[in-house]
Design a protein. Structure first.
Length: 109
């Protein structure tokens, strides 16, 4: 058995949960924060038999995507030569990262 921990941008989370449900895969959804911009993410915990692992990986790849967004640099005013001249910077956001962990034992109560 495998535990897949998927961290996904909130924008893609509902579509991924819906796609997993259509495949009759159970998922636990947790709110989380992180990444470069410290924005809301969703962490999904998915327990699957090894033969279903590729199905989950495919759904993540089909559902989650990376995007580009413009953000303003946030250097302290004292360190900026001219604070009003700051240019927005394009940064990648979104996508997903997944961790696959071997599970020795599970039980439900």
């Amino acid at each position: 058995m495998k535990l897949i921990v998927v961290i996904v941008q909130d924008t893609d989370a509902n579509a991924l949960v819906k796609a997993l449900g259509k495949e009759r895969l159970e998922v636990t959804k947790l709110a989380s924060t992180g990444g470069f911009l410290r924005e809301g993410n969703t962490t999904l915990l998915i327990g699957v038999e090894e033969e279903r692992l590729e199905t989950v990986k495919t759904l993540v790849k089909e559902t989650c995507r990376s995007r580009k967004r413009l953000v303003m640099p946030t250097a302290p005013v004292a360190e900026q030569p001219e604070p009003m001249l700051s240019e927005p910077v394009e940064v990648p956001v979104g996508g997903a990262i997944a961790f696959v962990v071997n599970i020795e034992e599970t039980f439900k109560v």
